[in-house]
Design a binder for this molecule. Structure first.
Ligand code: ADP
Ligand code: MG
Length: 235
């Protein structure tokens, strides 16, 4: 579980988020939607420890992580997958994975890799250099690296941006599978329609404040919110 309580956050002196109470449950997809500049990425960055927290609390797996350094949050099981992916371009996919598995001996590594390749379809790419891969495949590699490192909480920031519709589908299937496997998944998306289709609960951010929280169906039924802020015709 990931949560924030009374979170004010931003950059330098700029406050972007105002009193955000957020909760992402285990085994579910929690979508964060809202207009461009509403603070979706900032919320993920504050949880990951790379935006400034002015006030409030961040909890990761029930642990108060507000004052914990970013790399220590990774040790708590947090995987933050930003738009620029944390993959070493000059290494092969396999070398990237091996590096993420620094804590495993080679037998454990092989075992874990086999399990992960059943979830993330990158088995055919192990010997390719990361820089030869498209953004979508690099994203898959980043997910595999997080899994091999033992992450439990996944935060995706616009994972389908700039992907072909077919590949976007593939990535969202992987996101769904992670939730089904019991991982906690936060999905920040500009493409609200797609995110709300697969999410179990959602937050609408408007100017850094939570304007809606609850099931996606409730948001889609609110013409004043869905149409005005997301450009989705309400149902
Ligand atoms: P979203 O992801 O919803 O589009 P962001 O969280 O990226 O919105 O941005 C929210 C606000 O914070 C915007 O006004 C943006 O200009 C500002 N902002 C984002 N990143 C930084 C940064 N590194 N330094 C200063 N301001 C930033
Ligand atoms: Mg963003």
């Amino acid at each position: 579980m990931i949560a924030t309580k009374g979170l004010d956050a931003g950059y330098g002196k700029l406050q972007v988020l105002f009193d955000v109470n957020f909760k992402a449950e285990q085994g579910a997809i929690t979508a964060v939607v809202g207009p461009n500049g509403s603070g979706k990425s900032t919320l993920l960055k504050a949880i990951a420890g790379i935006a400034k927290i002015f006030r409030g609390v961040v909890e990761i797996g029930g642990v108060d992580a507000t004052r914990i350094a970013p790399h220590e949050r990774a040790r708590l099981g947090l995987a933050y997958l930003p738009q620029v992916k944390n993959v070493f371009q000059n290494l092969t996919v396999e070398e990237n994975l091996r590096m993420a598995a620094y804590h495993l001996d080679s037998r454990e590594y092989k075992e874990r890799l086999r399990e992960i390749l059943e979830v993330v379809p990158i088995g055919g790419l192990l010997h390719r250099r990361a820089l030869e891969l498209s953004g979508g495949w690099r994203q898959m590699v980043a997910v595999a690296m997080a899994l091999i490192r033992g992450a439990k909480y996944f935060m995706f920031d616009e994972p389908t941006a700039q992907l072909s519709p077919k590949f976007a589908e593939e990535v969202l299937n992987l996101v769904k599978k992670l939730a089904e496997m019991g991982y906690t998944v936060v999905l920040a998306e500009q493409n609200a329609k797609k995110a709300l289709e697969i999410a179990h609960s959602c937050y609408l951010l408007v100017s850094g404040k939570v304007a809606y929280e609850g099931p996606p169906s409730g948001l889609l039924a609110r013409a004043d919110l869905a149409e005005l802020y997301l450009g989705i015709k309400s149902i």
